[in-house]
Design a protein around this ligand. Sequence first.
Ligand code: PBG
Length: 322
Amino acid sequence: MSFPVHRPRRLRRSEALRQMVRETDLSPSDLIYPLFVVEGKGVRRPIAAMPGVFNLSIDQAVVEARQAKSLGVPSVILFGIPDHKDAIASGATDENGVVQKAIREIKSAAPDLQVVADVCLCEYTDHGHCGVVSGQQVRNDETLPLLAQMAVTCARAGADLIAPSDMMDGRIGALRKALDEAHFDDLPIMSYAAKYASGFYGPFREAAQSTPQFGDRRGYQMDPANVREALKEVALDLEEGADLVMVKPALAYLDVIAKVKAACDVPVAAYNVSGEYSMVKAAAQNGWVDYTRVMMEVLTSIKRAGADLILTYHALDAAKLL
Ligand code: PBG
C-alpha cells in the first residue's frame, strides 16, 4: 500500500510532531570538549586554523572547563603542549608536566567535571611522531613503557579516564597492566581504537605543534580505505581491556561508527576532529553555510550513525543551543 494512504509528510506538519517522532537526540552530556593546554599564565592564544579554539595556560583552561560544566558538558579531554620537546617525550611522563599539572588544577577547581587524559607522545617529541624513533622507524614495543608511564602519571594527577591515541600495537594491554599495578584498576580506558591516517588532523597539528618532522603517520594509523580492519582493531583493544572504543575522524567515517556500534557492546565514541570543525567554521565565516544549523546537523549525524559520545570543538556552541 502506498500513496495516497501513506503520506509521510503528515508527521512533519509541525515542530511538535517532528519532535515527537525524532529518532536521534543530542544532549550536552554526550559531548567531550577538547582543550589545548600550554605553560604560562593568562595565555589565551588563538589557533589560526581553528577559529574559536585557543592554546590555554592552565588558569585559562580552568575557566574554560568550568564553563563547559556550567553548560552541562560533563567532560573535557586535555592535550598538553610542553615548552620543551625532546626525542623521548620527557614532558609526557613527568609528574609535573603541563598536562599532569592541568589535570590536578582542573580537578581541584571543578571536582565534578570528568577529565579525560589523551595519552600520546606526539605533542611531546621533537620529531612529532607518536612513539620513540630509531632512524626513520617509529618503534612499537619501545614506546609502550613510555605510554604506560604517561598514563600512570595522569592517573596520579587525578584523571577520570585514560584515552590512548598513539595507535601502537598492544598499548591497551600495556596501559591496563601498568594502571592496575599502580592501583588504578578501577580507572577506565577509552581507546582510540580505529584511528585513521587522516588529512582532517591538519589544524590540530598547528594547535599542538605536532607535525611529524619526517615521514607521516601511515605506518601506525589506519588506511582510510579499510573498515574490516577497524573491527579487528576494536576487537583487539577490547580483548586487551578497553572499556570504551573510539572511531576517529567521525564525518568521513560514519559507516565505520555504525559498524563498530553493531559489532561491540561497549560505548562508542567518535572524534569530530579539527579539520571537520575548521571546514564548518571557514564556510560559515564566508557566509556559505549557516554555522549553527550545519554544526547541529554534523553532530546529529555522528550520533545517528551510532556514537554514544562525541569529542568536539563545537561542544560549548552546541551545548548553548541544547
Ligand atoms: C595524537 C592525536 C591527534 C589528534 C588527537 N590525538 C593528531 C594526530 O594523530 O596527528 C587529532 C585531533 C584533531 O584533529 O582534532 N595525539
